[in-house]
Design a protein around this ligand. Structure first.
Ligand code: ADP
Ligand code: MG
Length: 405
């Protein structure tokens, strides 16, 4: 069952004239000077914000940005001011930044709001009660509003005060982005395994490897590339040189491979580099394509090779549903982006329902120009994976249930 469907959604609320607290995920990548580098997450929340403006709500946006420790320097570094500016541009109306999300300043600013107004509260993580999901902080946050909407899919796997705690105090509904994310991922999860292909890559092996078990109960094929592949290759007894590896997961990989048999596809050839490709002199880095049986001990795998790209693309071409998380190589360096490009191209060409999740994977698909040929590019990496692992998302669970019909 799709967890999103038995919850209230924004259209179930009567928002006119009411103070509506909206948890958005404006945790955007920034340039060193604070300017917003990628506004995908801000754009993702626009349908909900525009709906609330049109329906004359008083829209109070709340988000975190980064992981501030609470000192004065972090209050400058992690301010949402650049986000408020970008949001004002995108909406074409002025969105003031309220310097604190609770307390007298917030109360005063909110008291002056007119129906149709939008304000953004300053970084909610400036309060330690946010990540601690402190009940007192959650109820203070709830007290500024009459309704709650959660549109922060990317943070829905965290039980924090503004994503979970607050929902227990107010009538709470999913926003349009949340709903869309849950629908696409839910369709993938609920579908019969026949023709469901998952592609896993990237570098966050430790946090992602757990998804493999659960995916194997859902998919017909699991393609593993990127930094994820090498722990599996080593588990098969291969030399992987200096490639990324999680030694603690070798046993797990061995078991998974034994159970999955040929449903897991690993690279048969890879691109290797003779040193860390980000090291001092990038131009001097040597690289070759080799079979996975021929990785020298002092080299490291940085991309999937051409034979692997073709094998993976052929599986994707026959799929009905494809979920992809994690780049196939170090795509930030253009000569190691070919594997990632080949996957993006295969997804774009396919007539399957295609879903891409993960910060870097989504960025890669955008950068390579394939985003508009993908059914759904998710704004959530960790959240999408936890959902695919079959774990309930606390930010969704806490929303008000739809009344039984
Ligand atoms: P996502 O953000 O899509 O969830 P991750 O955060 O897990 O993905 O990993 C993204 C990173 O993985 C990219 O920065 C990419 O450079 C890196 N990566 C991919 N393949 C390899 C590899 N073979 N070796 C080292 N890093 C890799
Ligand atoms: Mg990432």
């Amino acid at each position: 069952m799709n967890a999103g469907l038995n919850k209230l959604t924004i259209e179930d609320l009567s928002v006119q004239g009411r103070r509506t607290l909206v948890r958005v995920d404006f945790n955007v990548p920034q340039h060193e000077d604070g300017r917003v580098m990628d506004d995908r997450r801000i754009r993702g929340a626009l349908p909900t914000i525009r709906y609330l403006i049109e329906h004359k709500a008083k829209t109070i946006l709340v988000s975190h940005l980064g992981q501030p420790k609470g000192d004065a320097a972090d209050r400058v570094r992690y301010t949402l001011r650049p986000v408020a500016e970008r949001l004002s541009e995108l909406l074409g109306i002025y969105v003031p930044l309220i310097p604190d999300c609770i307390g007298p300043q917030a109360d005063a600013a909110i008291a002056q709001m007119q129906p149709g107004d939008v304000v953004l509260l300053e970084n909610v993580r400036f309060h330690p009660g946010e990540t601690a999901n402190d009940p007192v902080f959650a109820s203070s946050l709830a007290a500024i509003a009459e309704l709650y909407v959660n549109d922060a899919f990317g943070t829905a796997h965290r039980a924090h005060a503004s994503t979970e705690g607050v929902a227990h105090h107010l009538t709470s509904a999913a926003g349009f982005l949340m709903k869309k994310e849950l629908e696409f991922l839910g369709r993938a999860l609920d579908s019969p395994p026949d023709g469901f292909v998952a592609v896993l890559g990237g570098a966050k092996i430790k946090s992602k490897i757990g998804v493999v078990d659960n995916l194997l109960t859902k998919v017909s094929r699991l393609l593993i590339g990127g930094g994820m592949a090498y722990t599996f290759l080593q588990a098969q007894g291969k030399e992987i040189g200096q490639s990324l590896c999680d030694p603690g997961a070798l046993e797990y990989c061995r078991n998974v491979l034994a159970v999955a048999g040929d449903r897991i596809l690993l690279p048969s050839d890879v691109v290797i580099a003779d040193r860390d490709p980000f090291s001092d002199n990038t131009d001097e880095v040597q690289s070759h394509i080799v079979s996975v049986d021929a990785i020298p001990h002092d080299w490291q795998g940085v991309d999937i090779g051409p034979e692997t790209r073709a094998r993976f693309a052929a599986v994707i071409a026959d799929a009905r549903i494809v979920v992809w998380n994690g780049p196939m190589g170090i795509f930030e360096i253009s000569r190691y982006a070919e594997g990632t490009r080949a996957m993006a191209e295969a997804l774009a060409r396919s007539s399957a329902l295609t879903v891409v999740g993960g910060g870097e994977s989504a960025a890669a698909v955008e950068e390579l120009g394939f985003a508009d040929q993908i059914s759904h590019v998710s704004t959530g990496g960790g959240a999408a994976l936890e959902f695919l692992e079959g774990r309930p998302l606390p930010g969704v669970v806490a929303l008000t249930d739809k009344p039984a019909t």
